[in-house]
Design a binder for this molecule. Structure first.
Ligand code: GAL
Length: 472
């Protein structure tokens, strides 16, 4: 059924749960700043307190144990550890906090998977150009080395950067995530480029200085939808689907897993558009330098965040410099796929199986961890969230089929999220948790949803490959 060592996890991210935004010497980060500006986030919500996991970590641990997780994915707040983003000043209280989290997990037989960067750049580094500046790669590498050195004796699964696509596009093209820049057609490619450089440097550092002793694995987490042509018989839509894959998952996974460079479809489209829109002869998509650490091969496993599926149709270019014009492909919703919770999330469990097979075939059959997958609730609170329970059952069944029938090497599944939390621009209005958090209550009490109970049941049934029976 599931391999013996299969990781059964849930995921969170520092800014979304910790709070303690100024506690014990933490420096500000770009989400602190963004949320404190008017009109950025739903009803001016912010992560100042969030789930208060900085103070209530033990409560989170109880939740983790109640689910019976074998793994827990958390992220480190860069500015909590290094308040100005550099190793010139280390905040020992931050180190203590994460040491306790990691030690407590291990004491309960739960393995940590640790993300170094989940959207929360120290504000001091944003002041120096943030991800648009080429210098960010070495700064990130120093931070990564500091984390490997400090926590790597106990952490064996590392994610350098979570969803570079989301950081680049939502933060620098659309401006709906921090740092809120809207520089279409330019900044996202630059940011994506520097994220790949930063990731590769950190992976090489781990490989050269820590791997032998610490014996861990390092990757970066890609987000991808499953994509199908709107009209299966239409060659334009088929080509548009390929382009859309190239501009989303391929943008980051192709350099790391296939060639060390961007997908050809992406390169040729952006080069041509750059010429047309008069970029003084140079492409808006940067090139990798031969003098820097290679990008190819810098992932020890494939980390996938999957939420939804889309149909793709040709067209969408508006002539202006922007990512949509560059790829000349648009996504649409299939009306037969139900939308639940947020408007962008069509619930398509079988899309995950198809995507896993696509990853196996396209990226050389890597070991895959599904590092995020989930389903949101909006509007009136429903603790008995029958639909979400069904979603977890169906999705995990699709993962089982991917393993058994398609022979995809899936090593783990992490539900997003352990707790209801600060859902970026949607604030607390969107709830992804397996546990409900009462944000009106100073104690931020946690209550398990029915879907949490369902996930716990699934885990206890399949944990450790004990069960040989077929999934119903
Ligand atoms: C991911 C992100 C998470 C979470 C989730 C649900 O893109 O990594 O932080 O917000 O989406 O929208």
């Amino acid at each position: 059924m599931f391999p013996r060592e299969f990781a059964w996890g849930a995921a969170t991210a520092a800014y979304q749960i910790e709070g303690g935004w100024q506690a014990d010497g933490k420096g500000p980060n770009i989400w602190d700043t963004f949320c404190h500006e008017k009109g950025r986030v739903f009803e001016e919500h912010n992560g100042d307190v969030a789930c208060n996991s900085y103070e209530l970590w033990e409560k989170d641990l109880e939740c983790i144990q109640q689910l019976g997780l074998t793994h827990y994915r958390l992220s480190l707040s860069w500015a909590r550890l290094l308040p100005d983003g550099t190793t010139s000043h280390v905040n020992q209280k931050g180190v203590q906090y994460y040491n306790k989290v990691i030690d407590d997990l291990l004491a309960c037989n739960v393995s940590p998977m640790v993300t170094l960067y989940h959207l929360d750049l120290p504000q001091a580094l944003q002041g120096q150009g943030g991800w648009k500046s080429p210098d960010i790669a070495t700064l990130f590498d120093s931070y990564a080395k500091f984390c490997f050195q400090t926590f790597g004796d106990r952490v064996k699964l590392w994610i350098t950067i979570n969803e570079p696509y989301v950081c680049a596009k939502l933060g620098h093209e659309d401006g709906i995530h921090a740092p809120g820049l809207k520089e279409p057609g330019i900044a996202a490619y630059l940011v994506g480029h520097n994220m790949l450089r930063a990731h590769a440097m950190a992976w090489h550092s781990y490989n050269s200085f820590y791997r032998t002793k610490q014996k861990g694995a390092v990757s970066l987490a890609f987000n991808s939808d499953w994509l199908e042509p709107l009209n299966a018989g239409c060659t334009e839509d088929i080509a548009a689907t390929e382009r859309y894959f190239a501009f989303t998952l391929g943008w980051f996974a192709w350099p790391v897993f296939v060639t060390g460079d961007y997908p050809e479809l992406m390169r040729s489209a952006i080069d041509a558009q750059s010429k047309k829109t008069g970029c003084s002869g140079s492409s808006r998509l940067p090139s990798f330098s031969k003098d820097e650490p290679a990008i190819l091969g810098t992932a020890d496993f494939f980390a996938l965040n999957y939420y939804t599926s889309r149909k793709v149709k040709a067209g969408g270019g508006c002539g202006k410099m922007c990512m949509v014009s560059d790829q000349d492909a648009e996504v649409v919703l299939d009306p037969s796929w139900p939308i639940c919770g947020v408007s962008w999330l069509a619930v398509v469990p079988h899309g995950l199986r198809k995507l896993l097979k696509y990853i196996k075939d396209t990226f050389n059959n890597p070991a895959v961890y599904i590092t995020e997958n989930g389903f949101s609730q909006v509007g009136p609170l429903q603790i008995e969230d029958v639909q979400r329970s069904g979603f977890y059952k169906d999705t995990i069944l699709e993962v089982a089929k991917a393993i058994q029938e398609d022979e995809v090497n899936v090593r783990g599944y992490f539900a997003w999220s352990l707790l209801d939390n600060f859902e970026w621009a949607d604030g607390f209005s969107v709830r992804f948790g397996l546990f409900h958090v009462d944000f009106a209550d100073a104690k931020r009490s946690r209550t398990i949803y029915q879907s949490g109970r369902e996930y716990a049941k699934i885990i206890s049934k399949y944990k450790c490959g004990q069960s040989k029976e077929k999934t119903e």
